[in-house]
Ligand binder design. Structure first.
Ligand SMILES: Cc1cc2nc3c(=O)[nH]c(=O)nc-3n(C[C@H](O)[C@H](O)[C@H](O)COP(=O)(O)OP(=O)(O)OC[C@H]3O[C@@H](n4cnc5c(N)ncnc54)[C@H](O)[C@@H]3O)c2cc1C
Length: 483
């Protein structure tokens, strides 16, 4: 028994939802497109799982945050898919793929064939068992990647009010769930091997601000070590975690956020892989011309830096998905994917955004005491990355545009003093500013416009591409504060 579709999207997460929207915009016939997902629910805005879903009151729940509400488009409920003739095959795990025969085989034994396949399988969480930790199948251990994980976390958190959680991992998931646990009146101890939180992005100085903020809300940090085992009771519930130095920490529940791996297993030996992901070209096309890949699972050419990257962020999932569909539906029009890395987080009343690349020297500016500060990364005299806590819409807009334009920075001390007010484009009236050589013609021409530097970021027609990217992100952050 089998079904056949013109296009199959494998995976039902963020990228799948945004790809479906793009197909609808281009116009597809009923019955041509199918989305296959292991999850029981239609594609949703995954970041909500660690934000709105974990609020102590008025928590977000489905169907409130199905895609593509995150960027202001219509909410794609199962009814939406039905109305647009898109087959939504839920609760269905694909266990093997034969790219030569263009078929997928489900765990239930159904064969689904396609002409074009879009791989949107995202990533899976790393589990403690993979590190040889015994007892890691206990009832009160939570991970957070999908809808089912979030339901379990919400239930266990409710049972543990007034108790203590140990959060293992100091990245995104660890920091966001720790904040949510505190809001739900669960005491938190965070344990991670690095010297400070968010080690992949934050410098020790930036991390110190957030750690201090958390400490004031009762969070304890145990850094530079890892857990080695658990103490459990007769009901297979963890009662304490044991650290490598034999210290024991009481725990009524444990949340694990120790990273993810791209779901590439089905395609090993069939597609070229790189950096742990499926290698694609600027059209999001894999080494098999009938197969595209999008979102967390891809290793793609990051044009801006002449590099291949795999990014685990929602903005990239949305944009790469739309780009792949554009490449499939309008191949004659589509350019190579030209992405500016962007990510954000919201914890307690704090909110930050980051654009670009955190390479080179980190220059801090602003005042952490009033929760308004930022950082620029300057490499070989060029601004590469920009971070801001507590910014407003215009400031985040500016941040994104600067990271895209990569202006030269001559005076580091002045940059630290002036922050966003630094005159990045001093030559803009009349003379050509000296930009990094690989800026596109459009990007260069924008900053040559006769505009005062302080308003350069508001050139609507001018920096349309860069501003467009930032605006969607800022709008999303403001409008959808809860996810
Ligand atoms: C809790 C949480 C909070 C986050 N917060 C932020 C944030 O604040 N900012 C940010 O930028 N990013 C955030 N992210 C990351 C962001 O959600 C991801 O980058 C994004 O979801 C990636 O989209 P995707 O479609 O590639 O993968 P996913 O959204 O993970 O979707 C993959 C889908 O494929 C399905 N699948 C996989 N294998 C199979 C198979 N064999 N058969 C059938 N189905 C399969 C999965 O079940 C899943 O539905 C967060 C992630 C999580 C988990």
């Amino acid at each position: 028994m089998g079904r056949a579709f013109k296009t199959v999207i494998l995976g039902g997460g963020v990228a799948a939802g945004y790809a479906a929207l793009e197909f609808v915009k281009h116009g597809i016939n009923h019955g041509e497109l199918c989305i296959i997902s292991e999850e029981p629910v239609a594609p949703y805005e995954r970041p909500a799982l660690s934000k709105g879903c974990l609020l102590p009151e008025d928590a977000a729940t489905l169907p409130a945050f199905h895609t593509c509400i995150g960027t202001g488009a219509e909410r794609q409920t199962p009814k939406w898919y039905k109305e647009h003739g898109i087959e939504l095959v839920l609760n269905t795990r694909i266990k093997s793929a034969d790219l030569r025969m263009k078929t997928l085989l489900s765990a239930a034994g159904e064969t689904i064939s396609y002409k074009t396949l879009i791989i949107a399988t995202g990533a899976r969480v790393l589990r403690l068992e993979e590190f040889g930790v015994a007892g890691a199948d206990a009832k009160n251990i939570c991970y957070l990647r999908d809808w089912n994980d979030s339901r379990k976390l919400v239930d266990i958190m409710a049972e543990c009010r007034g108790g203590r959680a140990v959060v293992i991992g100091g990245g995104y998931i660890g920091m966001e769930t720790a904040a949510a646990l505190v809001a739900n009146r669960v005491k938190v101890t965070m344990v991670f091997p690095e010297q400070h939180c968010m080690a992949r992005l934050f410098t020790p100085e930036i991390a110190a601000f957030y750690e201090e903020y958390y400490k004031k809300r009762g969070v304890e940090f145990i850094k530079g070590t890892v857990m080695s085992s658990f103490e459990s009771d007769a009901e297979k519930k963890i009662t304490a975690i044991v650290l490598k130095d034999n210290r024991q920490i009481k725990a009524d529940m444990v949340v694990v956020g120790i990273g993810i791996r791209a779901n590439v297993g089905l395609f090993e030996g069939q597609l070229i892989l790189e950096k742990g992901g499926i290698k694609v070209n600027g059209k999001m096309q894999t080494s098999n011309p009938s197969v595209y890949a999008v979102g967390d699972v891809v290793a793609f050419p990051l044009k801006l830096y002449g590099d291949v990257r795999r990014l685990e962020h929602v903005d990239h999932a949305r944009k790469s998905a739309a780009h792949a569909v554009e490449a499939i539906m309008s191949p004659e029009k589509v350019q190579d994917y030209d992405y500016l890395p962007f990510f954000y987080s919201r914890v307690f009343t704090l909110s930050w955004q980051f654009y670009g690349d955190n390479v080179g020297k980190c220059v801090l500016f602003g005042n952490p005491e009033v929760q308004k500060f930022g950082a620029f990364w300057v490499d070989k005299g060029i601004l590469m990355g920009a971070f801001l806590e507590g910014g407003n819409k215009d400031e985040y807009l500016r941040l994104g545009t600067l990271a895209r334009l990569r202006p030269p920075v001559k005076d580091i001390e002045m940059l630290a003093k002036e922050g966003l007010a630094y005159p990045f484009f001093p030559d803009v009236k009349g003379k050509a500013p000296s930009f990094s050589p690989d800026l596109s013609v459009t990007e260069r021409s924008q900053v040559l416009l006769d505009t005062p530097p302080s308003y350069i970021l508001q050139l609507s027609a001018g920096i349309a591409a860069a501003v467009g990217i930032s605006m969607v992100a800022v709008w999303y952050a403001k409008k959808r504060r809860r996810w």
